[in-house]
Design a protein around this ligand. Structure first.
Ligand code: ES4
Ligand code: ZN
Length: 324
């Protein structure tokens, strides 16, 4: 089955580029930028990656970004991911980036996006991997900062396919960003947002995202199973859910595999992605294999997960048709 999964042409839709920063590159960038790291080796750094909740992960995730300073740093980060993606037969990726994680520490927006964009262009010609960018707002910052970031992105609109919402969801519901999402829609961005699996208010957050904001997709969102009406809405709209089993395992202690199976059986367009592969030690292929270990998926089901992903990808129909 490993060979079968390896050979599948893949589409990854839930991937934080900052979450692909491997320890080796972190050391290289720290040296390049004259920064000290609180670890003496790659092994020591990896050993510190012990997360059991979203906040414990996010602390290390944001701290690590200090090493990303210049346009070439962002280029190297994205190029390293796209090389790994190509090795796993990923043909198309939609890549989240968190501009506020950088602008909030003095790195200009254009430095971030120019570096990422250049990597995407080179990956297409050099590696045969196509990719697009999704700009995420950090939901634990004020909505006004998200709006300012949205406005700052407008000169680069042609380089950004949509917007997302990530970081700590507790106390930061979708409704907080209703005006930002309305403006993003007017500007032509497609809309997604995280509805994490570890939220007390998960179902209300999903309801707001689907019914009040009208997102095109949901990132995670497995808890939608708690509300039959919302499941029906998602089915009727053909909406997709980008699930990340290994990430779920780190954040909640469970891959949420049974929920993912249930959604697949109901015909929801579920997809499998890696979220933060450098931190959770699993790229998309390892996520598919972990899910297969839990569920004994058939080849047909594994192939269906990829068809779902290409189907809900933010690509023109004729481009998708070349993949499926
Ligand atoms: C994230 Cl696992 C997770 N949850 C929420 N926001 C994030 N940003 C990067 N990884
Ligand atoms: Zn995520």
């Amino acid at each position: 089955m490993k060979d079968f999964v390896a050979g599948l042409p893949k589409c990854e839709l839930h991937l934080h580029i900052e979450g692909t920063l491997e320890p080796e590159l972190k050391f290289e960038l720290a040296a390049r930028n004259g920064l000290e790291l609180p670890y003496s080796s790659v092994a020591e750094m990896r050993a510190a990656y012990t997360f059991d909740s979203l906040p414990s992960f996010l602390t290390i995730y944001y701290e690590s970004m200090r090493v990303l300073r210049t346009e070439p740093d962002f280029y190297d980060l994205a190029m390293a991911y796209l090389r790994r993606a190509a090795e796993q037969n990923v043909r198309y990726a939609e890549i989240f980036f968190d501009p506020q994680a950088h602008t909030s520490r003095g790195v200009p927006f254009d430095v971030v996006i120019r570096g990422l964009r250049r990597a995407l262009m080179d990956a297409e010609t050099q590696l045969g991997v196509r990719a697009q960018l999704i700009m995420c707002f950090l939901r634990d910052f004020q909505a006004e900062y998200a709006m300012a970031t949205l406005l700052e992105s407008l000169p680069y609109k042609e380089w950004i396919v949509g917007v997302g919402l990530d970081s700590d969801e507790k106390g930061n519901p979708p409704a907080k960003f209703a005006a930002v999402y309305e403006r993003a829609r007017q500007e032509g961005y497609l809309l997604t947002m995280h509805c994490d699996v570890d939220q007390d208010d998960a179902i209300e957050h999903i309801r707001q995202a689907v019914e009040d904001i009208g997102v095109n997709r949901i990132d995670h969102g497995v808890n939608i199973l708690e509300d039959q009406r919302l499941v029906e809405t998602v089915l009727a709209r053909g909406m997709g859910l980008t699930c990340c089993p290994v990430s779920n395992g780190f954040v909640t202690g469970s891959l949420k595999a049974e929920g993912i199976r249930k959604l697949m059986d109901l015909g929801v367009r579920v997809t499998i992605s890696s979220d933060d592969p450098a931190y959770f030690a699993a790229y998309v292929q390892e996520n598919l294999l972990a899910l297969h270990d839990a569920l004994q998926l058939s080849r047909e089901e594994l192939a269906q997960l990829q068809r779902n992903a290409f189907e809900i990808a933010w690509l023109p129909r004729h481009v998708k048709d070349a993949y499926v």
